[in-house]
Ligand binder design. Structure first.
Ligand code: SAH
Length: 213
């Protein structure tokens, strides 16, 4: 598990690429500049780790493209001490970004293989999520609600109601909605039943799956 000068240099280039693509949040850029993304990927992809691309991880899933991670995290507007929920732990890369921003992170993964792998791996790198959960993100995490923000890192065919109802007032849900292609969507809770909805560009994610098989 090495992080060399070469990796660090490539990471700074990646940060410059993300800036050029319109990411402005300094804390988000700093986090991406610090996290050794190459260690979150299979060794066969090590040389590509700092390209702005998604790559395969275990269980037919992907580690999201850095631009997508940055874009979604920027929309969450995480403050230190926030309680946040992530749906789709995957490699744990997005989880690590949220930990570095000072959030108390709860993250749910439905693939047992990934859940186990990432639960062991993240603490080794020093990223301590409050809790990683093996379960179904469609129902959110009522026991720890309400959340300052919720991020969904898989393509949702529809917006699961529990995720909206588990937001604090002024809380933010960032979710890519759609089947083949997803529209990045931000919901801000304005009252018990009032939500503001903002839509951004199109992205492509692996699907948010509804059953465990
Ligand atoms: N945040 C991850 C992205 C992984 S891809 C990263 O940075 O690596 C999306 C993840 O969502 C996959 O690991 C997939 O198994 C998971 N997923 C799909 N449907 C889910 C569901 N219903 N509940 C929880 N996780 C789910």
């Amino acid at each position: 598990m090495k992080d060399t000068f070469k990796h660090q240099g490539l990471r700074q280039k990646l940060v410059a690429t993300l800036k050029a693509k319109g990411i402005t949040d300094k804390k988000v850029l700093d986090a991406i500049g610090k996290i050794p993304r190459h260690l979150f990927m299979d060794s066969s992809f090590l040389d590509h780790a700092y390209q702005d691309k998604a790559f395969p991880i275990a269980a037919d899933q992907t580690i999201s493209q850095p631009y997508t991670v940055a874009f979604q995290t920027e929309l969450m507007q995480v403050k230190s001490g926030d309680t946040v929920l992530e749906i789709g732990t995957g490699s744990g890369y997005q989880t690590a970004v949220l930990c570095l921003l000072g959030a108390k992170v709860f993250s749910i993964e439905r693939q047992n293989e990934l859940y186990k792998k990432t639960s062991k791996f993240l603490p080794k790198l020093g990223y301590r999520a409050k809790k990683l959960i093996f379960g179904d993100g469609y129902i959110g995490l009522e026991s720890e609600a309400p959340f300052d923000s919720i991020i969904v890192t898989a393509g949702a065919p529809f917006v699961p109601k529990p995720l909206l109802s588990q937001l604090k007032i002024d809380g933010r849900l960032v979710i890519p909605v759609g089947d083949e292609v997803q529209v990045m969507t931000l919901f801000i809770r304005k009252g018990p039943k009032e939500f503001e909805k903002h839509e951004f560009g199109e992205f492509r994610f692996v699907p948010l799956l509804e059953d465990k098989n």
